[in-house]
Design a protein around this ligand. Structure first.
Ligand SMILES: Cc1cc2nc3c(=O)[nH]c(=O)nc-3n(C[C@H](O)[C@H](O)[C@H](O)COP(=O)(O)OP(=O)(O)OC[C@H]3O[C@@H](n4cnc5c(N)ncnc54)[C@H](O)[C@@H]3O)c2cc1C
Length: 303
């Protein structure tokens, strides 16, 4: 396929950016991942539907991403079109206690905007470096709260470009999971209901959450947050730590010395390094505790 020619054709249909053979390492917080054949950053909902229609016409698969803060893209990259819902589709409206945000909004910005308006409910999200859309798909959460606690409904687009509103109750939101992971629908808009509180109190809680993160997480090195889900009644980080796996290294990837459930990119890690290290950690935890660790991060692309 002539990707440059296809990119030029698609660029005529969309106002957002279209990139060819774009390294995904530039679009993931782990800073690893091979090239996407085409990468589109839609500016508008119309851009998004035009991209789906183009993909259907050319029989190209589509992968939708947000900020790339919970994904591991393999070194061979992603075939077809990657739609990156970050930096485009970022409008947000706050009316009373209701918030409507497009999927590309950066979650920490939205949490801060809510605080300024004296709206509580997103304090947990101030340090989660993803998009609002990605946060709904993952049902992101922290400090005992999650998106499901404040979500009213979402607007999704299917691969034919049809828009539907789905109430939160139908999304099967659970611990880092939602039905949206299986439906292939793209979240375009998110409707939240927050609660009134004093901005000073909201900010205090937010600052406390952020300070806790700074103290416990290796935020100075590329990572993707918690690599594994917590098994029932246990902490994945504590299990890994108790196996003595902190500091375990494969190539440029290492189990963080600061937080055992984080794998950091020391500079030149490949996706293969990270996957190999993940497998080692899983094996060690299984051999020691007979506990199976399930990845929280989503692995995608070709090896
Ligand atoms: C330092 C750090 C700390 C973190 N702390 C937390 C934490 O406390 N709690 C927590 O839950 N997570 C945490 N994370 C992980 C991550 O930030 C969240 O899961 C976040 O919600 C992912 O959003 P994203 O936009 O980056 O999604 P991505 O990583 O881009 O995508 C995640 C999944 O959602 C899909 N997706 C993304 N956007 C859309 C969309 N608009 N429509 C349909 N599908 C979509 C993707 O295909 C992928 O399967 C942390 C990550 C980092 C790097």
């Amino acid at each position: 396929m002539d990707w440059n020619e296809l990119a030029m054709e698609l660029q005529k249909e969309v106002s957002g950016q279209v990139l060819t053979r774009e390294p995904m390492a530039r679009h993931t917080t782990w800073r690893v991942g091979g090239p996407a054949d085409l990468l589109v950053i839609p500016d508008t909902i119309k851009d998004l539907s035009a991209t789906f229609s183009f993909a259907a016409d050319h029989a190209l698969p589509v992968t939708v991403l947000g900020r790339g803060s919970n994904v591991l893209v393999r070194d061979g990259g992603i075939r077809g079109i990657v739609v990156k819902m970050f930096r485009g589709l970022t409008s947000m409206t706050i009316i009373g206690e209701d918030v409507v945000a497009e999927a590309g909004c950066y979650l920490p910005f939205l949490a801060r905007a809510a605080a300024v308006h004296g709206l509580s409910g997103l304090e947990f999200a101030a340090g989660i470096p993803g998009t609002v859309g990605g946060a709904v798909v993952m049902n992101a959460g922290a400090h005992g709260d999650s998106m499901g606690d404040v979500l009213v409904q979402v607007e999704v687009m299917d691969s034919s470009g049809n828009l539907t509103r789905v109430p939160a109750g139908l999304l099967q939101l659970g611990y880092r999971t939602s039905r949206l992971m299986d439906t292939g629908e793209t979240v375009v808009k998110v409707y939240l209901r927050l609660r009134r509180d004093e901005p000073v109190e909201i900010r205090k809680r937010m600052q406390a959450n952020l300070a806790r993160r700074r103290a416990l997480q290796p935020l100075n090195m590329p990572n993707a947050g918690s690599v594994f889900k917590n098994p029932a009644n246990a902490s994945a980080g504590q299990l890994i730590d108790r196996c003595g796996a902190k500091g375990l290294t494969v190539g440029g990837a290492a189990v963080s010395e600061k937080h055992a459930n984080f794998i950091v990119n020391k500079g030149r890690a490949t996706a293969t390094d990270i996957i190999t290290l993940m497998e080692m950690v899983r094996r060690i935890v299984w051999d020691t505790f007979q506990v199976h660790l399930e990845p929280e991060i989503h692995i995608m692309g070709e090896g």
